[in-house]
Write a protein that binds this ligand. Sequence first.
Ligand code: BGC
Length: 356
Amino acid sequence: MTKIIKNEFGSLKNGATVYAFTLSDGCSFARILNLGGILQSLVFPDKTGTPTDVVLGYDTPQEYLENDGYLGALIGRFGNRIDEGRLEIDGKIYSLYLNDRGNHLHGGREGFDKKIWDTEIITDEQGNEQLVLRYVSVDGEEHYPGTLVVQVVYGFINGVLSIDYMAVADQKTAINLTNHAYFNLDGDGAENSVSEHFLKINADRITPTDKNMIPRGGFKKVAGTPFDFSSFQKIGDGNARIEEDADMINGNGFDHCFVLNGQNDDEPACVAYSEKSGIEMKTYTDQSAVQLYTSNGLFATGKNGKAYGRFGGFCLETQAIPNNVNVPEYAAIASSIFEKGEPYFHSTRYAFCVRK
Ligand code: BGC
């Protein structure tokens, strides 16, 4: 049975108290904050039984506000970039807040990752407790149209972390939510790069980007490129090939959207494992794409004073293709434009075990 314990996590400079909710299923736990719905810790026993925290994070809430990187946070209203913040809805142009080289990234100046969410603990039919987070993003926030009501439910049962997103707006608007956890299956910290991790992604194509990491159209086949994770490839082997591929140069390593071959509840979109810890993570999602980011630009001091650097973690941000609001061929795969009252749903599961 999953039980949730609520503790004070700390306070922000503005005086607000931030709470941590620890979802424990017996031998492992997930800790989530009401600030940004941040996944602050995710601890499993490795192959030797040693508890291993497989996500990067901070020990105090203020660090989450002051540092870049969106560690563990919920992202909204829009995961990843929108070209020049341009959102056109029924002929009207909305200029979204520009926070990344003249473009809109991860919801703008103050995205969902920096908001205090309302919380509620609920119990499912089997008696497992789940954490519900709610946030109302008002009309015009970050220049988006419509008031958006968002609900995210975190569950944690038998080593499976589930994140179920739901949102609905009172005007036609754009919605593309995700979670920005940085995983390291050997445990967070400088000595543990993810370069030796094996990764498989069920995707034959990525979306190429320009120098500012904007996908503007077209697809690129992964076969023969560093992006070929159709069978297990070491993350470091791909990142060692930066110079041979223009997209890898633009991202300074993996920072790209993989278009999933299909959405299937039974088939994982991605599988990652580390031989060192033995920990394996399978990602299941109903989304059409996943952004692989190998923390190419991360330099931070994290939990317990640990140094987090380049390739210190990997993100698998399940979502619709970035910038699809400006690229019809991407919107044809999954559009992030939702009508007034039309519900947005997104379900992702990260399933952990020790690999046999
Ligand atoms: C983006 C990166 C960005 C990072 C910010 C990722 O989702 O794809 O380009 O630097 O988030 O931490």
